[in-house]
Write a protein that binds this ligand. Structure first.
Ligand code: IMP
Length: 198
């Protein structure tokens, strides 16, 4: 079965493909099927935005569509950037400028506690919806470390592994990350959903 990922993000695609291929699901990007749906992320929660994205792409493609809405929530910033993680500092910033802005916002701050959240929603053309959420607790490092991954990976430190997301292999990241955890729950729900169809 083919699922369209409501995103242009190759990193998210890879993380999803690695896990969902085990269920016989092929995940493709919108661009792979000649689609580019512009969805305004007007929700105030990850769940609302994931549903907005998945529903719009399902309606445009006629195929099951899966969306991940995710971001980093920093305690000392009252949960910011949160749902605004991709737009933190404005659309003209790149990933490096965005995490540098975050480090700047936390300069002199000793409370570095943070967590990443991923909400995954899949909308099927028959109206069925499956969703799952995953959280990874961590801290914001004082300086970037590692060069893997994307986004805030170099500054998100996982105390359990004593490494930032950017220092983890894809397998290590999948085992502890917000998206890995959300996908594990999602995979179980999908298995039950497929079994119920038989
Ligand atoms: P979304 O595409 O609207 O869900 O935006 C998510 C944003 O959160 C991304 O642009 C990244 O900046 C950040 N983000 C989400 N997941 C990760 C991750 O696994 N590592 C680093 N940054 C992430």
């Amino acid at each position: 079965m083919k699922f369209v990922l409501a995103s242009q993000n190759q990193h998210k695609l890879k993380e999803m493909q690695d896990i969902l291929s085990a269920q016989g699901v092929e995940v493709v990007l919108e661009s792979d099927i000649g689609l580019h749906v512009d969805v305004e992320e007007t929700g105030s929660t990850f769940a609302e935005n994931a549903l907005l994205k998945a529903k719009a792409v399902m309606e445009a493609s006629g195929l099951p569509a899966i969306a991940d809405d995710s971001g980093v929530c920093v305690d000392a910033l009252n949960g910011a950037p949160g749902v605004y993680s991709a737009r933190y500092g404005g659309p003209e910033l790149d990933d490096i400028q965005r995490y540098q802005l975050l480090l700047q916002a936390l300069r002199g701050q000793t409370n570095r506690a943070a967590h990443f959240t991923s909400h995954i929603t899949c909308c099927f053309p028959n109206g069925d919806v499956i969703d799952a959420e995953g959280i990874c607790p961590g801290t914001i490092a004082f300086a970037p470390q590692g060069d893997g991954g994307f986004g805030y990976d170099p500054v998100f430190f996982v105390p359990q592994l004593r490494k930032t997301y950017a220092q983890l292999t894809p397998e290590e990241k999948a085992a502890v990350s917000h998206r890995g955890k959300a996908l594990a729950v999602f995979e179980e729900k999908l298995k039950e959903y497929f079994a119920a169809q038989k």
